[in-house]
Ligand binder design. Structure first.
Ligand code: SP5
Ligand code: ZN
Length: 342
């Protein structure tokens, strides 16, 4: 019996990316609505209590993200679909790299089809009819979990999608649009005393979260992930060389299983030991059967990771990130939460 609240919004199902443009071709999307439904079903079966997300205003969202990114995401599909373009999803084709304009702010392009290049850093993260509504609902799910914990619940789980940990202040990518984890941590810090720690166990480096809190000492960030130096997303960062007093990257070799992965989770937990509250960025794509990562963590490994993080003994919010094997994503989340809740 899993006795904890989990937050849900039907609107999180409205994002249907269908595809990811990868090396120039459309491949089938992996970040699909069925993920959230599978997790919800496993949670209900385990006895967790569903709480419907409460709509929040934009203040917590705008404390983290550039208003221009938020406005783009809010309006991108409407503008794109009105422009009669050959793609049924918003996708960038030219990128406003800062070196292109000598560090000056790029002009806002007149062409609708050039605008995504101001805010997207990859071609995989498509925008369609319900993308904004789902991404915004995911923020409400995370903020409702914050409300529960600020109100005295020791542990709450945000069953949200699309995920968020790859989004920086102004740039979206990696199947993510708004950084739910970072928004939750910021809101939690405003409600409880700090510092707050974010421990990210998604198989991929939490690059957006790292960049958002780079100069902060009141939000500690730790990430356990497959070594980008071995050829894995986000490729350009996630290395131990980026570590400092408030940021810990623990890159692991492809093929890493429970023993070394759990040692890294323990190291992340020690790093977070002085925090007064915890946000777990829970990707279950480090599991052995996941199609998007080469890590080999088992279900009992995820349960043990939950125990390790639960031993910190501080108010905790768990925010869903990746995890793409529809047959196991639900049970893996339940295992982790069972370890945490004990
Ligand atoms: C939140 C999260 O786990 N995001 C993962 C983003 C990484 N995606 C990288 C995909 C690289 C190529 N995948 C090929 C299969 C495309 N269907
Ligand atoms: Zn991931």
């Amino acid at each position: 019996m899993l006795s904890l609240p989990f937050v849900w919004s039907d609107d999180c199902l409205r994002h249907e990316p269908e595809a990811e443009v990868w090396v120039g071709v459309r491949t089938a999307a992996t970040e699909v609505p069925a993920r959230a439904l599978a997790i919800r079903e496993a949670l209900a079966e385990a006895g967790a209590r569903e709480v419907t997300a409460v709509v929040h205003d934009d203040s917590a969202l705008l404390a983290v993200h550039d208003p221009a990114l938020v406005e783009f995401l809010r309006t991108a599909w409407g503008e794109w679909s009105a422009a009669d373009l050959p793609s049924d999803r918003v996708v960038p084709y030219v990128f406003a790299r800062s070196e292109l304009t000598g560090g000056r702010a790029p002009a806002t392009p007149a062409a609708t089809w050039a605008k995504p290049g101001l805010f997207a850093y990859d071609t995989m993260t498509l925008i369609g009819p319900g993308t904004w509504e789902a991404a915004r609902a995911a923020v409400d799910v995370a903020l409702t979990a914050v409300d529960l914990v600020a109100g005295g619940e020791p542990l709450a789980y945000a069953c949200c999608r699309p995920p968020g940990h790859h989004v920086t202040r102004s740039l979206y990518g990696g199947s993510c649009y708004l950084n739910n984890t970072a928004i939750a941590a910021t809101a939690l810090l405003a409600r409880l005393s700090g510092p707050v720690a974010i421990v990210d166990v998604d198989a991929h480096h939490g690059n957006g979260t790292q960049e958002l809190f780079l100069d902060r000492r009141d939000v500690l960030t730790a990430s356990v992930h497959v070594d980008p130096g071995a050829g894995w997303f986000p490729h350009f960062l996630g290395f131990a060389a980026e570590n400092d007093e408030a940021n810990l990257n623990l890159p692991l070799a492809p093929g890493t299983g429970d023993d070394h992965w759990l040692a890294a989770v323990e190291q992340a937990a020690r790093f977070a030991a002085d925090a007064r509250a915890l946000v777990v960025a829970l990707g279950v794509d480090a599991a052995a059967g996941d199609p998007e990562s080469p890590l080999e963590v088992t279900a009992s490994g995820y349960r043990e990771a939950g125990r390790i993080l639960g031993d910190l003994g501080v108010p905790t919010i768990v925010v869903q990130e990746g995890g793409y094997d529809l047959a196991t994503v639900g049970p893996l989340v339940v295992e982790t939460l069972t370890g945490l809740a004990r």
